[in-house]
Design a protein. Sequence first.
Length: 146
Amino acid sequence: MNSLRKELDRLWKEAVYLRAGYKSELSGKEGKQIGGDHVLNAHHIIHKPNNYLRYSLDNGICVTSGEHLYGCHGPQEERYREWIKEKRGQDIYERLSIFKNNKVKDLLLVKIYLNEQIEKMNYMYRSIEFFKKNDPSFIKKTREKA
């Protein structure tokens, strides 16, 4: 069970990093995984008293190690909470708090969920890279639609 939990923690972190494009969601600083200068951390937005909040991607945000230590868990915690609200919506803490008493017991289902999310995000990023490489006007077209 302990090795499964470690594997799920690793998968959760990978999914949080991948969803953020290996950049801090707060500052945009690039992680070493994509050639940047920063070590990234996957931060739980609210405490993780159960498996649902521990492994929910909605409860994860990618930050640099400095932002994690000095902001999310340090003297600037309140400022970072406001910043997270700006990025994820003013009600993010209330939405996640609803799940504090959720009892997800089957960790194998959690593993399937995380692997599916990672697979979807990898597919999405590969598709975007393909279009960038093969259609230089892709980014311009995408921005015009937004």
